[in-house]
Write a protein that binds this ligand. Sequence first.
Ligand SMILES: Cc1cc2nc3c(=O)[nH]c(=O)nc-3n(C[C@H](O)[C@H](O)[C@H](O)COP(=O)(O)O)c2cc1C
Length: 262
Amino acid sequence: MIFYFSGTGNSLYVAKNIGKYNSERLISIATQMSSSEISFEYDLEDNETIGFVYPVYAWGPPKMIIDFIEKLKLNNYKNNYIYTVATCGENIGNTMKVLDNCLKKKNLYLKSGFSIAMPNNYIVIGNVDSKEVENKKLMVAEESLKNINKVIKNREEGIYIIEKGPLPGILTATANPLFNKMSRSAKKFYVNDKCTSCGLCESVCNSRNIIVKGKPKWGNDCNQCLACIHLCPVKAIQYGKGTENKGRYKNPNINVNEMRMF
Ligand SMILES: Cc1cc2nc3c(=O)[nH]c(=O)nc-3n(C[C@H](O)[C@H](O)[C@H](O)COP(=O)(O)O)c2cc1C
């Protein structure tokens, strides 16, 4: 069983790759969290592996992953093999520790963890990678996945292949809470004249925070996954003043229809 969250397809690509190799089912965290359930209960099969795959946001897991784990109930859990893969543009700080602590509170125990550098999608600050860097990252990621898949298949424990980057403790302890408090607002999203009211942004919004009645309107519950801005087919969606001239990104192995919530 692989629980995944993805804004622009990198993490979905990783989840699908691991799911195919290890014959595991995929469950979208965003789809689950869009329901009004107060807990999410799953029956585990004997020896089933449990994966959490998600992008790193400001050196931590997206808030939705933490909220989901808090509501998670795994029946028949008998020390099943739990692993996590964080996709990132560069590095993940102490993301793994945050997730590990969150799982421990539920008496669930992480056995191994990985990070994979993939094309950057954080265009609020910075820009997408050049095509050359994007292609290189995707090639290296595919190689890394071959190794990760073997580790998972063999249920190897204590394997942590992660790029923490500089000052992991400080960045995760300071920048991540600040991001969750200050930067997850959707107030700066807007559309320019190119918007055709196609409704794609509404259907790919992981937070169900967009309603298209004529033009899209954003509510208050944004995770900043940036699916709306990157997947808009006519590049009509902008964030503040800085995104008009920036690039857009979608994982080339993922079809936009796979990203739709409905
Ligand atoms: C809000 C936000 C914050 C991000 N913060 C980081 C970060 O701290 N470190 C990093 O290396 N990449 C960061 N990224 C880049 C993404 O983690 C990376 O591109 C990821 O693979 C996107 O996955 P997805 O396509 O599944 O959404 C950030 C992206 C977003 C949207």
